[in-house]
Structure formats: structure tokens, C-alpha cells
Design a protein around this ligand. Structure first.
Ligand SMILES: Cc1cc2nc3c(=O)[nH]c(=O)nc-3n(C[C@H](O)[C@H](O)[C@H](O)COP(=O)(O)OP(=O)(O)OC[C@H]3O[C@@H](n4cnc5c(N)ncnc54)[C@H](O)[C@@H]3O)c2cc1C
Length: 332
């Protein structure tokens, strides 16, 4: 049966931004419901089962700059949820490329952090929003399959072009300044391959290389990362290479990437299985100047996500926290 939701705040997107906003609102006693089109929470904090193992196929690791995020991380480290994976990456050459800054990862895969944050929250998955409208002073959110939600406030956390499309479908008119600022936010795509290998691979410690200028800009071994019992590589094509290959079929992309992987996967080794994931909005390349945007002239309509807090895991978390606080203040 189609879902009917009535809440104070409807949060579109149960990625890191949405989850952290919901936690703030819950703590303030404001009812928030998160909806996500995916089968599970996490968004780009994505981990997939493949070939009897696991592969992180979205965010690979995260860094910390902000003191509030550091405090959150300290808790996850103490609980054994997060671990320091590395202090920099080799580019595959003999050159020393470590910069000494800690890179953290999550035990059981990056998605486990989203699952942890979702505990105790009201989350509805498989809920694909089609339109966000404002009717009779109430936000009216309609979803594929007839799902419907009514809310006093809406927080939009999908990649911004997708959020704008939802408002356009609901005929919500943004101010000229807001629309201009939101349309200026840009993203790059990323084609990601998950590859199950029988045998060995040539990757320097700690089992990953990062080469921004190469066609495959990131290659990592999820087994050496400690999240998979079997050898599964994650390989990410650079933005330029992703754009070049984007229109090809998955099997054509897999064939091209196999050639690029030849120096990594030894001749004695064999690719057993390979899956391709297309991230159209992988990385934000031009962000908004503040951690969230509260729309002008539209009551309690807020935008958040990594496009606002910074193009990384930490940015999404900080944006969600800031948006949650702003909405709590507005609704009190
Ligand atoms: C391949 C890749 C590698 C990355 N590597 C790193 C890294 O190593 N380190 C790092 O710090 N960051 C990395 N990032 C970036 C990081 O993953 C993101 O910055 C962060 O996860 C974004 O969180 P978010 O909540 O803003 O957005 P998202 O995680 O994208 O969440 C948005 C949610 O909205 C949902 N949604 C969208 N449309 C609808 C709809 N119509 N109805 C319902 N739900 C909808 C989506 O399903 C999604 O769950 C990487 C990203 C990718 C894709």
C-alpha cells in the first residue's frame, strides 16, 4: 500500500547530510521523517556485496578538519566503528607521497556509518520523491507509486540538480537569487568498478593508490582495507575518463577498465566478476558559500548536503548538522 506520512520535517535523502539533520531535530523534540529512493540508507556512503566479499564503491575514506566532526569521530574510534586506514596514498611509483594527514574508514564498510547514524530515526526507504509542492500552507511531497507526505518543513539533500527538478515538478518558484546560486553548484561524474580477483594484485601499502592525473584515479583492495574476506578491488575512473566512457554500455566500460588494470592485476591472476556503478553526481566541484540554504519567500524550505558543507564526507555531516539546527530554530 502507498505510504502516507505526516510530520513536522520531511527530509529527502538519508545520506550523511539528511541523517545528521534528523538526529539534531530528534534531539530537539521535532518529528522528522527521512525518505530515500534507495533500498537502504547512506547514499554515496555505499558498500556492496559482490563475489562473497564487500566493496566500498562510493566514498573510500574521510578526513577531519572541524572540531565538532573530530568529536564525533573520537566517539566512533572509541566504539571501534571507525579506524585510521592511512596517512596518505602512494601514486604507485616509488615516490613518497604520504602527507601525514589521517584518513579514516569504517569497519564493515563505509555504509555501516550511515546505518549507525540511522538508529532510532524514522526512515522510509524505497520512497522515490517525484514532486515537492506547497499547497494551502503545507508542504506536499509525492512519490513514485502513490506515496504522499505532508510536512511543515522540507529539507532537500539530494544532489542539487535533482532537488531543483523535484521543486520544478511541484511548481515551487524560487527567488531569482536562490535559483542562480543553486544552479551554479556543479558536480563531476565517476564511473566505479568493483572487481573480484582470484589471485594477487600489485598495490603498495596500505592497499590503495591515488593518481589524480591517471585514467583510473583510485584503485584499492577492500580485503587489505579489512572490510572484505575475498579480494575485491574498487577502481574509480577520473572525471575526464568517466565523461569519455559515460555513453558506453557497462560491458564496454568493463572491457576498457580491464585494460587499464593490467599493471595491477598480475598475469597469474584472474578477474572473476566485475560490476560497474555510475555516479552521475559524485563530487561537487563548485560549492555554495554557506552550510545550508534556507529559501527566500518559501516557508521552511532548506537545501543541504556536501554541495553546502564541502565536497566530502565531513562536509555532508557538517551541512546536515547546520541545517538541522536552523530548522529547529525556525520551527520552535
Ligand atoms: C565514487 C565516490 C567516491 C567518493 N570518495 C570520497 C572520499 O574518499 N572521501 C570523502 O570524504 N568523500 C568522498 N565522496 C563524496 C561523499 O561520498 C559525499 O560528499 C557524501 O557522502 C555526500 O553525502 P550527502 O548526504 O550530501 O549526499 P548523498 O549521500 O548523495 O545523499 C543524498 C540521498 O538522496 C537520495 N535521493 C536522491 N533523489 C531522491 C529522490 N527523488 N527521492 C528520495 N531520495 C532521493 C539518494 O538516494 C541519497 O541517499 C565520494 C563520492 C563518490 C560518489
Amino acid at each position: 500500500m502507498a505510504e502516507m506520512i505526516q510530520t513536522d520535517v520531511l527530509i529527502v535523502g538519508a545520506g550523511l547530510a539528511g541523517l545528521n539533520a534528523a538526529r539534531i531535530l530528534n534531539a530537539e523534540g521535532i518529528h522528522a521523517v527521512l525518505v530515500d529512493k534507495g533500498r537502504s540508507v547512506g547514499g554515496r556512503m555505499a558498500t556492496r556485496r559482490i563475489g562473497g566479499g564487500l566493496a566500498d564503491h562510493g566514498a573510500q575514506f574521510f578526513t577531519v578538519r572541524d572540531p565538532e566532526f573530530q568529536t564525533m569521530l573520537d566517539g566512533w574510534l572509541a566504539d571501534g566503528l571507525a579506524f585510521e586506514w592511512s596517512r596518505g596514498w602512494s601514486d604507485g611509483s616509488l615516490a613518497e607521497t604520504r602527507d601525514g594527514h589521517s584518513r579514516y574508514a569504517i569497519r564493515g564498510g563505509m555504509n555501516a556509518l550511515a546505518k549507525h547514524l540511522a538508529q532510532g530515526l524514522d526512515v522510509r526507504v524505497n520512497f522515490k520523491v517525484e514532486a515537492v509542492a506547497h499547497v494551502d500552507n503545507v508542504w506536499r511531497i509525492t512519490a513514485e507509486g502513490g506515496g504522499l507526505a505532508h510536512a511543515r518543513a522540507v529539507l532537500l539533500t539530494p544532489p542539487v540538480p535533482q532537488s531543483l527538478a523535484l521543486l520544478d515538478s511541484g511548481r515551487v518558484a524560487l527567488s531569482e537569487a536562490d535559483r542562480r546560486a543553486l544552479e551554479a553548484i556543479k558536480y563531476e561524474p565517476c564511473l566505479t568498478a568493483m572487481i573480484v580477483v582470484d589471485g594477487d594484485v600489485r598495490l603498495p601499502a596500505p592497499g590503495a593508490i591515488q593518481r589524480p592525473e591517471a585514467p583510473l584515479s583510485w584503485i584499492s583492495d577492500n580485503r587489505r582495507k579489512g572490510i572484505s574476506d575475498v579480494l575485491v578491488l574498487t577502481a574509480q575512473a577520473s572525471a575526464v575518463y568517466s565523461q569519455q566512457l559515460w555513453e558506453r554500455t557497462d560491458s564496454e566500460i568493463a572491457s576498457a577498465l580491464q585494460v587499464d588494470l593490467l599493471p595491477i592485476i598480475g598475469e597469474q591472476s584472474r578477474i572473476v566478476e566485475m560490476e560497474i556503478k555510475r555516479w552521475r553526481y559524485a563530487q561537487v566541484t563548485s560549492t555554495y558559500r554557506a552550510r545550508f540554504l534556507m529559501a527566500e519567500g518559501q516557508p521552511n524550505l532548506v537545501f543541504a548536503g556536501d554541495a553546502f558543507g564541502g565536497p566530502r564526507v565531513e562536509g555532508a555531516v557538517l551541512s546536515g548538522l547546520a541545517a538541522g539546527r536552523a530548522l529547529a530554530a525556525a520551527l520552535r
